[in-house]
Design a protein. Structure first.
Length: 228
């Protein structure tokens, strides 16, 4: 699907990385941008693209899946609106990863690294904002790895649910509802556990009245209790 220049302009204008730019600067960036769409379940490869690219998720939710040498899949990260992914360090990376659309309609913006480097070299304020966004992403990953090292599985699951609820939950009083787009296997990969353990903990939380869940939703019945 080819996006008209005006559509690209308004998509980028809303992004926190580009919204401070002037109209002329933004239109120049539009010329080097590439947009694509994907449906739920569609695989979006980027690690082995012919040209290294940096991506930003405009709309929807995707997960980053990594393949180990044995061909086993691990969910590495969940990407949400505005997040950057791909070759965000702007250097050559040898990874075997791909992205999978988790929501019904996903829109992704991408740039060739060579083009993006030229833009940020010409615009110091854009370079600073980019550095801050990448720094925040790496800090989130560092916090996640620290939890994996020093917290037990039950605590890791609780922290994961807290973060998920804070980012995306629909609150009604002390009850928070989440759209459930992750399988227990996905969650297990994200918190370095097993599907069986995650399912057991979900059942335990449901029995204790902490959560209720189905294939489509997860309802945190008492968010304050979850935090304690």
């Amino acid at each position: 699907m080819q996006f008209p220049l005006d559509t690209r302009y308004w998509f980028l204008r809303d992004h926190q990385l580009f919204k401070h730019l002037s109209s002329s600067e933004l239109r120049e960036i539009c010329l080097i941008s590439n947009f694509k769409t994907a449906k739920k379940g569609e695989i979006i490869y980027f690690a082995h693209d012919e040209q290294s690219r940096i991506y930003s998720l405009k709309k929807g939710i995707i997960k980053i899946v990594e393949l180990n040498p044995n061909g086993d899949e691990t969910v590495k990260e969940v990407i949400q609106n505005g997040d950057l992914f791909g070759q965000i360090s702007l250097d050559d990376q040898d990874t075997d990863e791909y992205a999978v659309a988790l929501s019904d309609y996903v829109t992704i913006c991408s740039f060739r690294i060579e083009d993006f480097e030229k833009v940020i070299q010409q615009n110091p304020s854009l370079a600073v904002k980019y550095t801050k966004l990448v720094g925040l992403r790496f800090r989130r990953l560092e916090n996640r790895y620290a939890n994996l090292m020093f917290k037990d599985v039950k605590t890791r699951l609780i922290l994961f649910l807290q973060e998920w609820a804070t980012k995306e939950g629909q609150a009604e009083g002390n009850t928070i509802t989440l759209k459930n787009y992750l399988t227990h296997q996905d969650i297990a990969s994200l918190i370095c556990s097993t599907r069986q353990t995650v399912s057991q903990l979900f059942n335990e939380f449901k029995t204790s009245g902490l959560i209720d869940y189905s294939r489509s939703t997860i309802v945190i019945l008492d968010f304050k209790l979850l935090k304690t």
